[in-house]
Each structure stands twice: as C-alpha cells, then as structure tokens.
Design a protein around this ligand. Structure first.
Ligand code: NAP
Length: 219
C-alpha cells in the first residue's frame, strides 16, 4: 500500500492550515475499499478529518439507477461510525438537483476557515474525467484532488491523464494505489443479485442493512 504520486512540494503538510479530506462518491454501497483509502490518506496527508459525502444525483449518472439516497446515507453512517476521524455529510442529499462538486466545495469553503486545505478524494476513473466537470477551472483553485486507482485501470493512461490535467489547470492531483484492494460497489451489487456472499467486503452492519432492506436484488 503506498502513495505513489504525492502532491507537489508546495502542497506538503503545513501545520498552520487545517487540512480536511472530502470523500466523494456514490457509495452504492460503501465498502472496505473506500474506508481503507480514506484512512490511509488521512494518515499520509495528516488530515484533521475525512468527511464522506454521498452524491445526491451524481453528475453523469442521471440516466442510471442509483439506490435511494436515504439508504446510501445510512450505510455510510454505519460504515464510518467506529472511526472518530470520519464524518458523513448530507450536503449533496438535501437538494433534488444534480450534485456538482463545485457547489459542494463552495459551500464547504464558507463553513471552514478560508485557508483550510480541502482534499477531494475519489476514484481515478472519475478524476480522469475532471475536464468535463462543471467549473473545473474554479474547482481546481478551491481544492486539491487525490485519485484512488484500483486493479484493472491502465496505470500509464491514468498517469498521462493526471499529468495533462495538472498542466492544463495547474491542478494539484495526488494518487493512491491500493493494488490489494480490488473491491468494487459494482461487484458487490452483482454478487447480491447472483446470491453470492459479500462477507468481508464491507462492514458487517452494512451487510445486514442491505439484507434487511432487500437492496440490490433486482437488476
Ligand atoms: P462513482 O461511480 O461513485 O465512482 C467512480 C469510480 O471511482 C468507481 O470505480 C468507484 O468505485 C470509485 N470511487 C468512487 N468514490 C470513491 C472514493 N471516494 N474513493 C475511492 N474510489 C472511489 O463516481 P461518481 O459518483 O460518478 O463520481 C465520484 C465523485 O465525483 C462524486 O462525488 C461526484 O459527485 C463527483 N463528480 C462530480 C462531477 C461534477 O461536478 N461535474 C462529475 C463527475 C463526478 P466503487 O464503485 O467501488 O465506489
């Protein structure tokens, strides 16, 4: 487990600035992959806390079926409750509108001190499409990014894309590789549909919540 591409020297820990991680994703459902990444980055970047923000209506997914936000929120709470450095925010779930990251980050910037460093953590596949995100120029000025890769992603392509984004937007984008963690929400959903075990892929309370609420049974 290693952070292969740490942030630029100017972005190294600065004790005077509060540093907060923002864990963005659909979390449909949340699993150990997300939790390990968040904890690893918290320690590596000396973050005060990591706020998990389940996406309301995720951009790029308005045509896809996503589990009711209430369930994704509860599962995220159950998964994070034992870590005192983890929080969950409803900020993107309270609006019917598509949740653009720029709006979320702008809201957080008003809550925390102006000089707080925000690290937006999400999957490398999503980060590779950063140039299609709303107001990307402003967004890259307001927060730093950390892209989590997983086995199956073509590393050289991800690296090339990240370098291109860094140059184009003068963006700060770090990367974390967790080769041993191939867990994915899609795989968990497929396993449930096919009646296979999901034990040890996600926290037990989340597993029970899924069964109790009959989630992911239908295609
Ligand atoms: P997603 O489907 O949740 O995730 C895309 C990929 O990244 C999947 O492989 C996913 O794995 C992985 N992933 C998701 N969240 C992760 C996390 N926090 N740490 C590590 N891996 C993670 O992606 P999405 O919902 O489209 O987008 C992710 C985030 O980017 C959301 O917060 C979304 O709002 C934001 N976003 C914003 C814009 C915009 O502002 N225009 C556009 C696109 C995305 P799993 O399936 O296993 O989770």
């Amino acid at each position: 487990m290693s952070i292969t591409d740490s942030l630029d020297r100017m972005n190294k820990p600065n004790k005077e600035h509060t540093r907060i991680g923002i864990m963005g994703g659909t979390f449909d459902p949340i699993h150990y992959g997300h939790l390990v990444i968040a904890e690893q980055i918290r320690c590596e970047y000396n973050l005060e806390k990591v706020i998990f923000i389940p996406a309301g209506t995720p951009p790029h997914k308005s045509n896809l079926r996503v589990t009711d936000s209430k369930h994704r929120y509860f599962m995220t709470i159950l998964a994070t409750i034992t870590n005192p450095y983890f929080e969950v925010s409803k900020i993107e779930l309270e609006s019917e509108e598509v949740s653009y990251t720029i709006h979320t980050i702008e809201k957080l910037k008003k809550v925390y001190r102006e000089d707080t460093d925000l690290y937006f953590i999400t999957g490398a596949d999503a980060i590779c499409e950063l140039d299609t995100w709303k107001n990307v120029e402003r967004l890259t000025k307001l927060c730093k990014f950390i892209a989590a890769t997983r086995p199956g992603l073509e590393r050289s392509q991800v690296d090339a894309k990240i370098n291109e984004l860094k140059e184009t937007y003068n963006a700060s984008i770090g990367k974390i590789d967790l080769p041993a963690l191939a867990i994915s929400s899609t795989d968990i959903r497929n396993r449930i549909r096919e009646g296979q075990s999901i034990k040890y892929l996600l926290p037990e309370p989340v597993e029970y919540y899924i069964y109790k609420n009959n989630l992911y049974k239908e295609v």
